[in-house]
Every structure is written in structure tokens, then in C-alpha cells.
Design a binder for this molecule. Structure first.
Ligand code: K7E
Ligand code: CUA
Length: 647
């Protein structure tokens, strides 16, 4: 009896297995799809994005965090948020601007007490026009600052404020070998950030493009080798660098070629009307290699501590030209071979494509159609035009793929248009053709495709960086998240929105998508490293060498952190003392991070394995203040604590 029932039990088990095996996989999936109300294209999207636990994404996207002042690192195609990198704004998780002296020094490098920024355009360092995975640069539109992020540890190393202007937008963009990081002014002011009344706008206000010299070995921008060029006070906008055939050139578009200035309380028209009257604005064409030589030659004046090529000099040296570009342009993007320069006017349904070879010829033969009111020669539009393609309403930015297709974001249409480039990519009828459009949700600004702004783009995906989310996510109150949408762009298939990723952070501007294999980050710091200098720290402490040293009113504490204790775990000071705690993590294990917080003193720092940080504060509150580890690092994490006693 017992045996029989056992056999029956086993058999029924086999029957179940058999049943599953014979039921086709497709019908199992169909059942799930039916229950969840998924269509066939939903299922395709799921299969194209699902990334099993423990599997890594082949691509990483570095996305602007807008006026949250940070950078987001997102895996593709899973659209998983992997890291945030604080740059201009404090972040208590990473101990950025929350008591760490090292981060304070970097933040203060960008100007007195500024503790937020409006981060627009991340730019990965390049070698021969291709991402090399070493550094990431970003700009702060609000305060005309640029920052350097080292991708060995994904943290910010330098913030610099532009001495010539106070608001930027065309930053950051790099030359094909990262010799320079470009930043252009936008809402212009008098040179050197000085005073002049608004009535002197045309005469005294100026635009500027700055070439920040990057020293790769030091991982820092070198101010003394940087230079700038004075420009007319149009509102300079986005930038792209020439590459390959156009290497050595720089393109900047501009709005407000009307030279309008504000005063809407005194009968002046609203600014947005006044600055978009002209049918054509100016694409700036700059021979930066020539400019570099001019800047290096003797006699280049310094203004506010920066070498400055004057507008007069720039015209004389023939390193600055204009080309008319359609109404209120925003994006300018150079094709992978460097020969096509794509611009879009927000109020013109076409993308306008200029050809670099024609442009060079026009400069050589002086094919000009006049000058602007500051004397800058304007190249003949027809002599440099390659094509105009009608793509839809509100074209902004363009990216490319390896097949010679271009993808343009359409702000007003809320769509992405796919179109074909001309020779050598596509010939005859196949060239300059609108091929496909996909709706996105909603109001796309930039888009980012796989290495889509480099000399060797990838393929397969673009991300739509949408300004509005409206109805895409559950209602979370009046302030909505942003919406990043992953779009498949494979071959000749129709583009498809695969995934919506809410971004509970500020506005997305630009992003770059890099093959993950190009990045070679550290897994732990070498023991005793300063993350600020990326060199051995002079205040590193080894196990057994912990100490408290008092000199007058200054108390230096040399502390180590390792699972699961802080040594020393008692610090006695007097009210009014200056306390400096030099913290060394002597951990070597992957992910064994400790935090260090002091109650009521507004302090928290992060100590990844091997890292050294200093916190500095005045002991201005008397009492007893626990300090403790803020990362759940071990079974005895709660025991990882100590006391600061202020007498
Ligand atoms: Cu928002 Cu490039 Cu600053 Cu366009 S930017 S959309
Ligand atoms: Cu160290 Cu918790």
C-alpha cells in the first residue's frame, strides 16, 4: 500500500513536469501576457530590456541631473539607476559637502559658498574622437562653472568658475583628444563679470568662448594655459567640435542675434518675443587650432586672469566666421565623419545640414555675404549648405548611429525622427531622407544614442530625455518626476519605445551612453589614498598608529575605521577648540564602506576601503556627542561608535 502510493506520487510528479514540457513555452508566456494585459510589442520590449539578477548592462549612461547639481549613472538596456555623482550640490550619502574638508575645498574652488548648480551637458573624455572612459566633465549654467569627475572613483575632483562671465550653456564639450574643454557664455554680461548699465548692452556686453586646458596626467584643468575668445553679445548656445576632416574647428550656435535687452516694465517687448524676431541666427565657426596659436603668441592680453583673444583680433586672424542658421537654433551636431554639421531651428521644421568641405572652400575663397554689426564675416549660406530635411516640429538635437542614420529630437511634436545622412553613408535617393518617427512622452529635449556623438557611434538604442511626464506615472503631487524613455533603433525596424524610467531628480538635459567595457574604475582605493588629490594622503593612519595630538587650541585626531570599530572611540576636547579628525579606512574588502557621522555637528563622510578623509569643525557646542558609522557594514555595525566630549 505504502509503496503503491509512493509510486503514484512520483508518477504524478513526472506527469506535471511532462505537462509543462509539452505545453509550449509560447503559451506560458501568452498566459502571463494575457493576465497582465500585455501586447506582442510589450513582450518584445520586455525581452529587450530585462536584465537578470547579477547580469551587468553592456552600456552606461551618464545623465545630467539638471539643477539638482548631480550626474546620474544608468545601466542600459535595463534602465537601472546605478549611481549618482554629486558635483555642485551636497550629498550626505557620499559625504559630499557635509563636513569633509576635502570636498569643501573642491566645492569652494567654484566660488564662494555656492552649494548648488544647474548641470546641463556631461562630456566624457575622448581619444581620437572616441570615449576613452577616463574622465567626465560637466557645466553649471547658473554660475558659469565647469567640473572634472575622475572615472577611477566616479567622484568630482575640481570645480572652476569662469572669470569672464557668470552664466554659461555651451559646456562642456571636448576636443577630440581632450586637449580643451569648451564652455560658452549664454546670458551675457560685460567682460570679466563687471558692471555696465543695461542700456549699454550692445556696446559693453560680450559673449565669450573659453578653452579650458585639460592636463590629463594631473586630472585637472590648468587655468594658466586656458584661453578665451571674445564674441558679440548674442546668446551663444550649444557647441560641437569638429572631428576627423573637421578636426580643429568648433561650432557654436546662437540666439538673440537681435541683440535685445530686457525692460518689460517700460514698454520693451517680452524678451522671448524680442529675441526670436530674426528668421536667421548665426552659427559661429571657429578655427580653434589657429586660435590656440594666437593665444600662445606673445601679446595676448589677460582679462580677469584669463588669456583673451579680442573680437578684433579674432576677425583679423580669420579665425571666426558666421553662417546664417534657421530661426532660434538649439542643437548643433557634427556627423561621425566630421563632414556634416547638423543644426536645428526650434521654429523651423527642418534640420539644416552644412558640409565642412564646402565650408573650408568658402573660407579659402572668401565666399562671404556681408558682415554682422561687429564686423564678423558671414559665409554665403548656399555655398556651405548640404541639405535641408523636413523632420517635424521643434527639432532640437541630433545623434548618429554606425549605419549613417541620424536621430533628431522634436520638442513640439514629442517625437524622435530618424533620417539618413548623405554620402558616403547613403547615396542617391537613399540620402537625406526622413525614414521613421516615434512618439515619446512628453516634450523631448536632448536625446542620447549609443556613443552617438562620437567618431565611431554604436547602434541599437537611443534614450529620449523628456522634460514632462504628465500621465506616465502614478500621481505623486504637483511636482512630477522626469521621464527617460529607452527607444530601440535597430537596423531598418520601426523605432519602438521599450521602457519608461521615472527620474525623481531635476530636469534632464544631455546624457552620453558609453560601452561599459571602456570604463576601468577602481574597486577599492589603494590604502591611504586621498580622493581629493588621487595621491597618498599625508594624514593617512595605519592600524596601531592612531593618536590624538593637541597643539594650542587645535586638536588633530588620527583615526582608523575597520569592521567594527573606530579608533580612538573617545575624543575629549574643550569648547572653542578647532578639531580635525583624519579618518583612514584600513579596509581592503570590496564594498566594506563605513560612514562617519557626529550627532548635532552636521557632519557625515563616507569612507570607502582605503580612503582617507578629514573632517574639520569648531567645537562650538558643549556636551556629549556620539559619533558612529552610518553604513550597515557588519553584524556589529551598531556597535561601531564612540563619543566626542566637549567640555
Ligand atoms: Cu536643456 Cu542642451 Cu541645456 Cu537642449 S539643453 S533641450
Ligand atoms: Cu562601519 Cu557600520
Amino acid at each position: 500500500m505504502m509503496i503503491l502510493s509512493r509510486i503514484r506520487f512520483i508518477l504524478s510528479g513526472y506527469l506535471v513536469l511532462l505537462c509543462i514540457a509539452t505545453q509550449s513555452q509560447a503559451s506560458v508566456l501568452e498566459d502571463i501576457a494575457k493576465k497582465r494585459g500585455l501586447t506582442a510589442s510589450d513582450m518584445r520590449a520586455a525581452l529587450m530590456t530585462y536584465t537578470p539578477s547579477g547580469k551587468h548592462d553592456p552600456y552606461l549612461m551618464f545623465a545630467s541631473g539638471g539643477h539638482a547639481g548631480s550626474v546620474l549613472v544608468i545601466g542600459l538596456p535595463s534602465m537601472r539607476l546605478i549611481k549618482t555623482i554629486p558635483v555642485f550640490s551636497p550629498d550626505s550619502w557620499q559625504g559630499w559637502g557635509t563636513g569633509s574638508l576635502d570636498s569643501k575645498r573642491i566645492l569652494d574652488g567654484g566660488g564662494k559658498a555656492l552649494r548648488w548648480g544647474d548641470l546641463h551637458h556631461p562630456a566624457l573624455s575622448e581619444t581620437n574622437g572616441v570615449y576613452d572612459g577616463q574622465f567626465l566633465f560637466v557645466n553649471d549654467k547658473a554660475n558659469a562653472r565647469v567640473a572634472v569627475i575622475d572615472l577611477r572613483d566616479f567622484s568630482t575632483k575640481q570645480i572652476l568658475q569662469n572669470p569672464l562671465f557668470v552664466n554659461d550653456h555651451g559646456g562642456t564639450f571636448v576636443t577630440p583628444n581632450t586637449e580643451y574643454i569648451i564652455e560658452t557664455s549664454q546670458y551675457n554680461v560685460p567682460l570679466g563679470a563687471r558692471y555696465a548699465p543695461m542700456t549699454d548692452y550692445k556696446k559693453k556686453y560680450r559673449g565669450v568662448v573659453t578653452f579650458w586646458k585639460f592636463d590629463r596626467a594631473q586630472g585637472k584643468i590648468n587655468l594658466s594655459q586656458s584661453f578665451s575668445i571674445e564674441l558679440p553679445p548674442y546668446w551663444q548656445d550649444i557647441v560641437d567640435l569638429g572631428k576627423k576632416v573637421s578636426d580643429g574647428y568648433l561650432f557654436i550656435n546662437s540666439i538673440n542675434t537681435e541683440l535685445a535687452s530686457p525692460d518689460n516694465m517700460n514698454q520693451k517687448p517680452q524678451l522671448e518675443m524680442a529675441v526670436s524676431r530674426n528668421d536667421m541666427d548665426f552659427l559661429h565657426v571657429i578655427d580653434w587650432k589657429k586660435a590656440e596659436k594666437v593665444a600662445k603668441s606673445a601679446g595676448t592680453q589677460k582679462t580677469a586672469g584669463m588669456k583673451l583673444i579680442t573680437l578684433k583680433q579674432a576677425i583679423q586672424e580669420k579665425l571666426l566666421y558666421f553662417i546664417h542658421e534657421p530661426k532660434s537654433p538649439h542643437g548643433v551636431d557634427v556627423s561621425p565623419d566630421g563632414n556634416y554639421i547638423v543644426v536645428s531651428g526650434k521654429l523651423d521644421p527642418h534640420v539644416t545640414v552644412f558640409e565642412f568641405n564646402k565650408l573650408k572652400n568658402a573660407i579659402a575663397q572668401n565666399l562671404v555675404q556681408g558682415k554682422d554689426e561687429y564686423g564678423v564675416p558671414i559665409l554665403k549660406f548656399d555655398s556651405v549648405l548640404a541639405a535641408q530635411i523636413e523632420v517635424g516640429l521643434g527639432p532640437l538635437h541630433t545623434q548618429f548611429d554606425k549605419q549613417g542614420y541620424a536621430y533628431t529630437s522634436l520638442f513640439l511634436d514629442s517625437a524622435i525622427a530618424k533620417w539618413s545622412l548623405g554620402e558616403p553613408y547613403h547615396k542617391g535617393n537613399a540620402a537625406w531622407k526622413l525614414l521613421d518617427k516615434v512618439s515619446v512622452h512628453y516634450n523631448i529635449g536632448h536625446l542620447s544614442c549609443v556613443e552617438g556623438d562620437t567618431a565611431e557611434p554604436g547602434e541599437g538604442y537611443c534614450v529620449s530625455l523628456n522634460k514632462w511626464a504628465i500621465d506616465r506615472f502614478p500621481n505623486v503631487g504637483p511636482l512630477l518626476p522626469q521621464n527617460f524613455q529607452l527607444v530601440s533603433t535597430t537596423g531598418s525596424e520601426k523605432m519602438q519605445v521599450l521602457y519608461d524610467m521615472p527620474i525623481p531628480n531635476a530636469e534632464p538635459h544631455y546624457a552620453q551612453i558609453v560601452k561599459a567595457e571602456r570604463l576601468k574604475p577602481w574597486s577599492v582605493y589603494p590604502l591611504g589614498m586621498s580622493a581629493e588629490t588621487m595621491k597618498p594622503s599625508p594624514v593617512a593612519t595605519l592600524a596601531g598608529k592612531e593618536r590624538i595630538v593637541r597643539k594650542g587650541n587645535t586638536v588633530d585626531v588620527y583615526m582608523t575605521t575597520i569592521r567594527s570599530h573606530l579608533t580612538p572611540d573617545l575624543i575629549n576636547v574643550k569648547k572653542g577648540d578647532l578639531v580635525r579628525i583624519h579618518l583612514s579606512s584600513i579596509e581592503r574588502a570590496l564594498d566594506a564602506t563605513h560612514g562617519f557621522a557626529i550627532s548635532r555637528y552636521n557632519i557625515n563622510v563616507s569612507l570607502e576601503p582605503g580612503k582617507v578623509e578629514t573632517v574639520e569643525f569648531k567645537a562650538d557646542q558643549s556636551g556629549v556627542f556620539p559619533y558612529y558609522c552610518t553604513e550597515f557594514c557588519s553584524a556589529l555595525h551598531l556597535e561601531m561608535t564612540g563619543y566626542l566630549v566637549v567640555q
